[in-house]
Write a protein that binds this ligand. Structure first.
Ligand code: ATP
Ligand code: MG
Length: 212
């Protein structure tokens, strides 16, 4: 494929969405062919699959069913949006992708990273990101950013869930090792400008390495 497929990963509140937005804006303005997307990415089949996953009425949803549905939505978004953009030479920036399934469902929910990976490879026909920006932050700090944004105190439920968020980060640590070639770790604990500068340097290195 002619383009470059770059994903953004990391725990909640790490700054993925804000940093990727800014990168997309700055480099589009400079004339780079950027497509910023996230699953389900406005793809109608993928949106419908996501509605099933997220519907609070579906309390009987089994963890493997959930993982399969995420992979199904991923497949459709990839086929309809990501792949055509890459074929036309775009730099695709995708806000979360396969690593989120591996860290959240595979590791934190206990389905097994390798099992969820195998199943996702069927969905993506072995297509993996060329590079991944990993926004590294302690889950407490990420959650605090989200709470500050909402303007309320961290409540009991948020604190109860913290173990889960730590497991997600442990899962991501395994992925940083497993996929060391494509993973680029960014210290996301600083100010927005500090994180953005690192992300921008890394992004420039990635596109240079791919001849853009
Ligand atoms: N470096 C930073 N310092 C302080 N606040 C930040 C920083 N980066 C982003 N924020 C703010 O923190 C909040 C969470 O950021 P953002 O939505 O980009 O995170 P995210 O990684 O996309 O989270 P999620 O996984 O929930 O989508 C936003 O309100 C954002 O403006
Ligand atoms: Mg986000």
């Amino acid at each position: 494929m002619k383009g470059i497929f770059i994903t953004g990963e990391g725990p909640e509140g790490a700054g993925k969405t804000s940093i990727l937005n800014r990168l997309a804006k700055e480099f589009s303005d400079k004339g780079y062919p950027i497509l910023l997307t996230r699953e389900p990415g406005g793809i109608s089949i993928a949106e419908k699959v996501r509605e099933v996953i997220l519907d609070p009425k579906n309390t009987e949803m089994d963890a493997r069913t959930e993982a399969l549905l995420y992979a199904a939505a991923r497949r459709q978004h990839l086929v309809e949006k990501v792949r055509p953009a890459l074929e036309s030479g775009a730099i695709v920036l995708c806000d979360r992708f396969i690593d989120s399934s591996l860290a959240y469902q595979g590791y934190a929910r206990g389905l097994g990273i390798d099992e969820v990976y195998e199943m996702n490879l069927f969905a993506t026909q072995e297509m993996m990101p060329d590079a991944t920006l990993y926004f590294d932050i302690e889950p407490e700090q990420g959650l605090k950013r989200i709470e500050m944004h909402k303007g309320r105190e961290v409540n009991r439920l948020d604190l109860e869930a913290i173990d889960f968020h730590h497991k997600v980060c442990e899962g991501y640590e395994i992925l940083l090792d497993k996929f060391a070639d494509r993973m680029h770790k960014i210290d996301a604990s600083g100010t927005f400008e500090q994180v953005y500068e690192q992300a921008k340097q890394t992004f420039k290195e990635i596109i240079r390495a791919h001849g853009k």
